[in-house]
Design a protein around this ligand. Structure first.
Ligand SMILES: [Zn+2]
Ligand SMILES: [Zn+2]
Length: 136
């Protein structure tokens, strides 16, 4: 995984920092759920099956009924939060020393997306999961 140059445009859709992603590229997250947009995104009119429970969760999370692309802040999503948490990869690993985005993604399963602040709320359980993942 490459980290784009800080404060440059999104390497996929060229959105400038502070602008929403212009396409549903794979860097864009869903503004409402923090999930990768291409994974979160389905439209209520979509043909394929989705159970009622998931449908209700989706509706509750998306006030306008559909996903919206997150704002590109000049860095790969989650990078800033990894720095806040002090989560970096082992300098001896294949990635070298960088923000541990995989640990954050893992911890996020146990956390809750904070729409207002566009970051994951990680309580103790989620942080512990992330720390445990980091020991892998
Ligand atoms: Zn983009
Ligand atoms: Zn969404």
């Amino acid at each position: 995984m490459t980290t784009p140059e800080e404060n440059g445009p999104c390497p996929h859709c060229s959105a400038e920092p502070g602008e929403p992603h212009r396409q549903w590229d794979d860097i864009a997250r869903c503004y409402y759920t923090g999930i990768q947009l291409i994974q979160c995104g389905w439209h209520p009119d979509d043909e394929y099956e989705i159970d009622m429970y998931e449908r209700q969760l989706y509706k509750a999370a998306h006030p306008l009924g559909v996903c919206a692309p997150s704002i590109w802040d000049g860095e790969y999503p989650g990078t800033k939060q990894c720095r806040e948490l002090g989560w970096y990869t082992d300098p001896k690993s294949i990635w070298g020393y960088m923000e541990d985005l995989n640990a954050l993604a893992y911890a996020a399963h146990f956390g809750k997306w904070d729409v207002e602040h566009q970051k994951w709320t990680l309580r103790e359980e989620a942080k512990k999961a992330g720390e445990k993942y980091r020991e892998r």
